[in-house]
Design a protein. Structure first.
Length: 95
């Protein structure tokens, strides 16, 4: 299984997660949207699962494009965007 982690930086949690997944025989790669250029018009799903850890504009944009293309996302664009926008979450919880 191929897993891609979308993250703007590698911290100890991300690093440990990548090591653990690799130990379990999974192929893991890191996508840093701020450090690489992605042409969204040529975007295609390369991995079996995408894990969104970045909440920056570029990471969310990439996740949104992958989600729209049908990629399997552990943390979906819609969920992360809602959490990021706490005002929306507050309104949803009060309704």
């Amino acid at each position: 299984m191929k897993i891609a982690i979308i993250s703007s930086k590698v911290n100890s949690v991300t690093s440990e997660m990548m090591e653990e997944l690799t130990k379990r025989g999974l192929q893991v790669r890191l996508i840093c949207p701020e450090k690489q250029i992605t042409d969204l018009t040529k975007l295609h799903i390369e991995d079996d699962l995408y894990i969104l850890k970045s909440v920056g504009h570029l990471g969310l944009g990439l996740a949104g494009a992958l989600d729209a293309a049908g990629a399997n996302m552990l943390n979906t664009y819609k969920t992360v965007a809602r959490i990021k926008h706490k005002v929306i979450i507050t309104q949803i919880l009060h309704s």
